[in-house]
Design a protein around this ligand. Structure first.
Ligand SMILES: *Cc1c(COP(=O)(O)O)cnc(C)c1O
Length: 358
């Protein structure tokens, strides 16, 4: 039995996107970023299917443990590093790389005695000012890591972009330049680019690209669509019409009666709501794709349902598919209506939505 709502994951599209990213950055290794349940696409099944990538990036140790427990032996990197020194023993025994972005993590690496040194990526703050060592702090941290027997050599280097989704902003080029200057002549691998960096800045590709949202066939760039870059949407969020009703002009719909129809019409009720992670703040007019066309949400999104205006002449029936986003309706477009980013929509699906890798 097929459960609804469902997030159908198109593995063929994911394989295609890996190839496409490899074409865009042909000299770089590809790290697939799979934090937050692989952006809602299902952490362990994505890691099991994408055997062709060079490694996976995760935010938290718990995510890495899940991947290892599922029997995935691939190269893993903890993008936020460890939060406790005891975590380092797990990294050493399970062969997981870590980012070091803060003095406290340099301290932790000096507090333990590991059976085997671990691979470290020192994170440099080149202008985003969230995580990482500033240029003036870098050398001290780097020297301490070099002198630490728990740290494998050579040490690797990373930075992260704050504004790469905005091509007009010169800060990304400055970030690349600062990174190159600071790491010049040092032995070790380098990684700078998230999806926006991959799509917009060739100079940022270097040894490893770190692809998150683009891998899932979604563009990180405002007003853009992933299909413009030859990428295919991997997720289709789908539910069903559970009611089709005649509706009189002037009558209100839903909680608060916030919307009234101007003419007699037919309304459809779709089984999805904020309890599934579909945002409650999706305004009237946000599109849903039903039987080959976009129809607008009307009134407030409820916990388990939302209403759409099917139109007076519609012939849609109970049981018909309703696509909230997917190849037919880009999640980028839905995010624009809702006033958020696609990242938030795909990662916020709740466990009630069945994630189905076809
Ligand atoms: C999440 C993340 C990425 C991936 O970002 P996208 O914009 O989804 O490609 C890359 N690097 C780091 C450090 C991250 O935290």
């Amino acid at each position: 039995m097929k459960v609804f709502p469902r997030a159908q994951i198109d593995i063929t599209a994911l394989h295609h996107n890996v190839l496409q990213l490899q074409k865009i950055a042909p000299h770089s290794k590809l790290m697939a970023v799979v934090k937050a349940n692989a952006y809602g696409h299902g952490l362990t099944s994505i890691c099991k299917h994408l055997t062709e990538v060079d490694g996976f990036g995760l935010a938290r140790l718990e995510e890495a443990m899940q991947v290892r427990a599922a029997g995935v032996g691939a190269h893993l990197l903890l993008l936020e590093g460890v939060f406790r020194s005891s975590d380092l023993y797990y990294l050493a025994s399970h062969n997981i790389d870590t980012v070091v972005h803060h003095q406290s993590q340099v301290d932790m690496l000096e507090e333990v005695t590991l059976a085997k040194p671990i691979n470290v990526w020192i994170k440099i703050d080149t202008g985003m000012h969230r995580l990482g060592f500033l240029a003036e702090e870098f050398n001290d941290a780097y020297q301490r890591l070099l002198n630490n027997p728990n740290v494998a050599k050579p040490i690797n280097f990373m930075t992260h972009f704050g504004c790469a989704d905005d091509q007009a902003n010169p800060v990304t080029l400055q970030q690349i330049q600062r990174f190159n200057e600071l790491t010049q002549g040092l032995e070790g691998q380098r990684t700078l680019a998230n999806s926006a960096g991959i799509l917009g800045y060739q100079d940022a590709h270097q040894d490893w690209i770190r692809a998150g949202i683009a891998l899932y066939g979604v563009s990180p760039i405002e007003g853009d669509r992933a299909t413009n870059h030859g990428l295919q949407p991997a997720m289709r969020l789908i539910s069903k019409l559970i009611a089709v009703r005649d509706h009189k002009a002037g009558e209100p719909v839903g909680y608060g009666g916030s919307w009234r129809s101007e003419q007699d019409t037919k309304l459809g009720v779709v089984a999805i709501g904020y309890g599934d992670g579909y945002p409650r703040n999706a305004p009237t007019g946000t599109p849903v794709y039903i039987n080959g066309r976009r129809v607008p949400i009307v009134g407030r999104v409820s916990m388990d349902m939302l209403s759409v205006d099917l139109g007076a002449d519609s012939i849609d029936k109970v049981g018909d598919d309703a696509i909230l986003w997917g190849p037919e309706l880009p999640v980028e477009e839905v995010a624009e209506y809702i006033g958020t980013i696609s990242y938030e929509l795909v990662t916020k699906l709740t466990p009630r939505v069945m994630v189905d890798c076809e």
